[in-house]
Design a protein around this ligand. Structure first.
Ligand SMILES: Cc1cc2nc3c(=O)[nH]c(=O)nc-3n(C[C@H](O)[C@H](O)[C@H](O)COP(=O)(O)OP(=O)(O)OC[C@H]3O[C@@H](n4cnc5c(N)ncnc54)[C@H](O)[C@@H]3O)c2cc1C
Length: 268
């Protein structure tokens, strides 16, 4: 069981950040679904639940999602789902169960950058930025690749585009972690494909500054992307071997792209 010697509920993210900086052993508390698995005593717990980070704001060009928004809240947000091809709901629907998703947070999921994360895999394929007290605003790609220091993640911002997007994963059993996951999103004329649970962190395969895959790709171009995917750095763990992951990835990429292509582009 995780115990805290002292537990505080600051009123602002800046206050939370200052407390975090003052004590190098302090722990930020999101939904606490992951943290609670630890068996240790931490000197200070900094609970973000009073920092006003539990809202999803829609502006003309983006959705600004507070770090304490739960996976369930975002999964059920109709405007967000319609604007992003339902990819987030597809990514999270097999995570444990409804009650769990009503507690685990978007901020805790993104900040911890877990290799198996379906949340990170889906958000990486969209035009996403993260806002932190400390490091400021940055695209999600360098954040996932390099992480941040002892910062407080306050928001995840998903920019609006005419997305077509879908998520595909393989689980050995319902509600288990993904043994492999893929998200594909078409926006600004090209496909953004991410591959996660390798079991390393999700990585962008096409789009952005990576190998381009244009919206109306030829069969040969898709074949080339699938061949390139086989060269990713795969590993083995108790869910799957590297060989299995390498051989299944191309099929999962094709499945995600096919599912996304069959959808109407989001209005934006
Ligand atoms: C049994 C179980 C099964 C799961 N299955 C899946 C799955 O299939 N797919 C999937 O994608 N995920 C899965 N997860 C992960 C889950 O969805 C959440 O990502 C995870 O619980 C972290 O979210 P949280 O809100 O509980 O964070 P917490 O447990 O509160 O925190 C996690 C870490 O992030 C830090 N942190 C939290 N919020 C912030 C913030 N705003 N700023 C800075 N640091 C912060 C904490 O200090 C801690 O280090 C699973 C988790 C569990 C426990």
């Amino acid at each position: 069981m995780l115990r805290f010697q002292k537990y505080v509920c600051p009123e602002t993210p800046r206050e939370a950040y200052d407390l975090l900086r003052e004590d190098r052993l302090a722990t930020v508390v999101g939904g606490m679904m992951w943290l609670r698995l630890a068996d240790r005593t931490a000197p200070l717990g900094i609970d973000l639940s009073r920092c006003g980070l539990d809202r999803i704001e829609e502006t003309e060009d983006a959705f600004r999602i507070g770090a304490m928004v739960t996976l369930g809240q975002l999964e059920r947000h109709e405007a967000f789902s319609a604007a992003t091809g339902g990819v987030f709901a597809e990514a999270v629907r097999d995570i444990v169960g409804t009650q769990f998703r009503n507690l685990a947070t978007v901020g805790g999921s993104v900040f911890s950058r877990m290799g198996f994360s379906d949340v990170v895999c889906a958000l990486l394929a969209l035009d996403t930025e993260v806002e932190l007290v400390g490091a400021g605003t940055m695209p999600i790609i360098p954040f996932v690749e390099r992480g941040a220091g002892r910062d407080v993640l306050t928001h995840v911002v998903v920019r609006k585009h005419a997305y077509r997007a879908a998520f595909a994963s393989v689980r050995n059993a319902a509600t288990d972690f993904s043994a492999l996951n893929v998200a594909a999103a078409c926006w600004r004329g090209s496909w953004h494909v991410t591959v996660g649970a390798r079991p390393k962190k999700a990585q962008l395969l096409t789009g952005g500054e990576r190998t381009p895959l244009r919206e109306r790709f030829s069969p040969a171009e898709l074949d080339a992307v699938c061949a390139f995917a086989e060269s990713l750095d795969f590993g083995s763990d108790l869910r799957a071997t590297a060989e299995w992951r390498r051989s299944v990835t191309p099929a999962l990429i094709r499945r995600a792209i096919e599912a996304a292509s069959a959808k109407e582009a989001a209005a934006c």
